[in-house]
Design a protein around this ligand. Structure first.
Ligand code: GUN
Ligand code: ZN
Length: 428
């Protein structure tokens, strides 16, 4: 058992439905075998457990482990390309790099870079777009298991539009997906996600094969892209027929449900939002990616008002880094830019989007997402260097919400001092 003494902020109740920031300047968190078994004022918890090992973290700010609901494993080395819209960026930047993962040795290096990028940013749970190559997905799972993160991922499948090396057939996609799921689904902290790249690159036969994997792997997740870019939306409409909206291309294969996370949804129709809400699917909002590719301003207010669940994704490598603090800040900026159509976000909203909302979107709300008793101890200690602007800001914060706002405005992976998953320190 370990008793952590810390300044803690989290958001157990959604600020989108009346919750507020929960902040304790001197909390005691008793952790037994990875689970928080007691939480309260430090003095009270300590009095109940005299002689317990105390780890004093009050030189930093402790928040729940961050949850990234959309991030691409093969793209860690191509972050930062500027000046291209989605389809050109895929052709010129992302897909040539993804083709390199045919070499499993190369993929192993990328997996190490990728997992280390997540950990350094304080991300403890992620829904990850895997690779088009099964051996590369295998090495990703191995690296994730070695480090101890909670990751849901799978083989990315496509049978048209993309460069030849990245294409497969529905039969092969089914077989390789099943084999990977057999080894990794619901083993420890890993789970399997059925992952057609997007319906633009996946025929109806391929989406049918995806539906078969979802059916044959109980508890499997489904993830893909939707309504990201206007040219992409138009091409999908041409391929699938005018009457269908983009979300329907998945839904008519039974792929939109409570274990579905669709990335982007910038250009959603009201009908699509109604469908996503009715089926309980979640949307991964990826603000730096939407900005970098010029995809558009995410209609968060329309999602929230229609009851669609939303969490944050970094969308590395179109997104500009792994930090969900940066994504939260960019989400805030975009809502400001939408003016009357925007949803003004507070610090509590940002922390919720980066933690609890992600946990709920990934069906892990009972396990992680806040630092209540009963949850796993997945946590991030933010401890900026003395004299750094974040450290100055935290020292002079007007109140706890102001401190969290400063964390999102100024926090970087360089400020992440320690990260735990299920009570295990994963930062070494
Ligand atoms: N749509 C299909 N593939 C991708 C990708 O790799 N990144 C983004 N942002 N959108 C996509
Ligand atoms: Zn993406």
């Amino acid at each position: 058992m370990t008793l952590y003494r810390a300044r803690v902020s989290d958001t157990p109740v959604s600020p989108f439905s009346g919750g507020t920031l929960r902040a304790d300047s001197d909390a005691g968190l008793l952790v037994e075998a990875g689970t928080i078994t007691e939480r309260g004022p430090f003095a009270e918890v300590a009095a109940r457990h005299p002689g317990e090992d105390v780890v004093d973290l009050r030189d930093g700010l402790l928040v729940p482990g961050l949850v990234d609901t959309h991030v691409h494993f093969p793209q860690v080395r191509v972050i930062g390309a500027l000046g291209m819209p989605l389809l050109e960026w895929l052709d010129r930047c992302a897909l040539p790099e993804e083709a390199r993962l045919a070499d499993v040795g190369y993929a192993r290096g990328v997996a190490a870079d990728f997992v280390s990028g997540l950990v350094r940013a304080g991300t403890t749970t992620a829904l990850v777009f895997g690779s088009h190559f099964a051996p590369a997905v295998e090495v990703l799972f191995e690296e994730v298991r070695r480090v101890g993160l909670r990751v849901t991922t799978g083989l990315v499948v496509s049978d048209r539009i993309l460069r030849e090396e990245l294409l497969t057939t529905p039969d092969r996609a089914y077989g390789e997906s099943r084999a990977l799921a057999e080894r990794w689904h619901e083993r420890g902290r890993t789970r399997y996600a059925v992952t057609p790249r997007f319906s633009l690159s996946a025929s109806d036969a391929m989406l049918d094969a995806c539906a078969s994997v979802v059916k044959d792997v109980p508890g499997a997740w489904f993830t893909s892209h939707v309504n990201e870019n206007l040219a992409e939306v138009e091409s999908v409409r041409e391929l699938f027929g005018d009457s269908d909206h983009y979300v329907d291309t998945y839904d008519r294969h039974g792929l939109v449900g409570g274990r579905t996370v669709l990335a982007h949804n910038v250009h959603a129709t009201d009908d699509e939002l109604a469908l996503l809400a009715a089926q309980g699917a979640a949307v991964a909002h990826c603000p730096t990616s939407n900005s970098a590719l010029g995809s558009g301003l995410f209609p968060l207010r329309r999602h929230v008002e229609r009851g669609v669940r939303v969490a944050l994704g970094s969308d590395v490598g179109a997104g500009t880094g792994f930090s969900l603090f940066k994504e939260g800040l960019q989400a805030y900026f975009m809502q400001q830019l939408l003016r009357d159509e925007g949803l003004p976000l507070t610090a509590a909203h940002l922390l919720h989007l980066a933690t609890r909302a992600g946990a709920e979107a990934l069906g892990l709300g009972d396990t992680v997402g806040d630092l209540s008793a009963g949850r796993q101890f997945d946590a991030v200690l933010v401890r900026p260097e003395p004299g750094s602007t974040l450290e100055v800001g935290l020292r002079h914060a007007a109140d706890d919400a102001d401190a969290v706002a400063k964390l999102f405005a100024l926090g970087t992976p360089g400020d992440v001092a320690q990260v735990w998953v299920a009570g295990e320190c994963v930062t070494g």
